[in-house]
Design a protein around this ligand. Structure first.
Ligand SMILES: C[S@@+](CC[C@H](N)C(=O)[O-])C[C@H]1O[C@@H](n2cnc3c(N)ncnc32)[C@H](O)[C@@H]1O
Length: 252
């Protein structure tokens, strides 16, 4: 996935603001602040830890990590549009003492920086070479450091032609929860866990349809997004698509 593709297709400035109307202020991932709180409460963070947020988007999860737990967060995102808006939002949040932002590809991150925790929300679907991704992440973690991420996944049911088109148009690369955990283990992560959290995902998608209804987006935009969200609900209820929460540890 290239920066050009992200900035000119899925994450134009206009589409970022439309997604935000559905997910919530500063969020471009399922469940906004509510799901973020559920997710980050499992991270066992203590003040002053260093956290890398891969694909930080507008920074919602990074601001929450910093303000709730007093950790230092470095956010990296490949989209220049995301980082430009995120820099304004960071000032609004007044968290510049705890959060730094960088525009760049996580696969090319400078590995002399090390982190206690790597956090990522619904980003890895954009990255095809998962073996390389996990290898880079392991290099950025301190010994015993932990990786936590959520991602769209393939369910057990066969993918419909509509789902295949959806993935192809976005250039998504999805795995089943089981395959993802195997990949992490193959890359040397220990105590790997992969949980199917489709229960939260379905509730969240339905709630987001309400947000869309109430939003001030133009009718045409609402109709377009409504169809996308209905498609996600249908595929998820049918077992083609699911949502995974993962964690693993780098060896000490
Ligand atoms: C669904 S959004 C999630 C944003 C954010 N994590 C959140 O929860 O609001 C996915 C993000 O991943 C970023 N991304 C995709 N490929 C990337 C890469 N190779 N390196 C860094 N960021 C990437 C996109 O630009 C986008 O901002």
């Amino acid at each position: 996935m290239t920066q050009d593709f992200l900035d000119n297709q899925q994450y134009t400035e206009l589409s970022i603001l439309s997604y935000e109307a559905i997910y919530g202020h500063n969020y471009i991932s399922p469940g906004g602040e509510k799901a973020t709180d559920q997710f980050i409460d499992t991270l066992k963070l203590v003040p002053e830890m260093r956290v890398l947020d891969i694909g930080c988007g507008l920074g919602g999860p990074a601001y929450r990590l910093a303000s709730k737990y007093g950790v230092h967060v470095h956010g990296i995102d490949l989209s220049a549009n995301m980082i430009r808006i995120a820099k304004t939002r960071l000032k609004e949040e007044g968290l510049q003492h705890l959060v730094t932002l960088e525009q760049g590809n996580c696969l090319e991150i400078q590995t002399e920086m090390t982190f206690n925790v790597v956090h990522s929300r619904d980003v890895f679907l954009h990255i095809k070479d998962k073996a390389r991704l996990f290898e880079v992440i392991a290099k950025t973690l301190v010994p015993g450091g932990r990786l936590y991420f959520s991602d769209y996944c393939l369910g057990q049911a066969k993918s419909s032609p509509e789902f295949k088109t959806y993935m192809r148009e976005r250039d998504y690369s999805l795995h089943t929860v089981e395959d993802y955990t195997k990949l992490m283990e193959e890359e040397g992560f220990k105590n790997v866990s992969g949980e199917d959290r489709t229960d939260i995902f379905i509730q969240t998608l339905k709630h987001e349809l309400n947000n869309l209804e109430k939003s001030s987006l133009l009718k045409q935009e609402k109709n377009y997004l409504y169809k996308i969200w209905q498609g996600k609900i249908k595929r998820t209820e049918h077992g083609e698509q699911c949502w995974g929460w993962f964690s693993g540890e780098k060896s000490k």
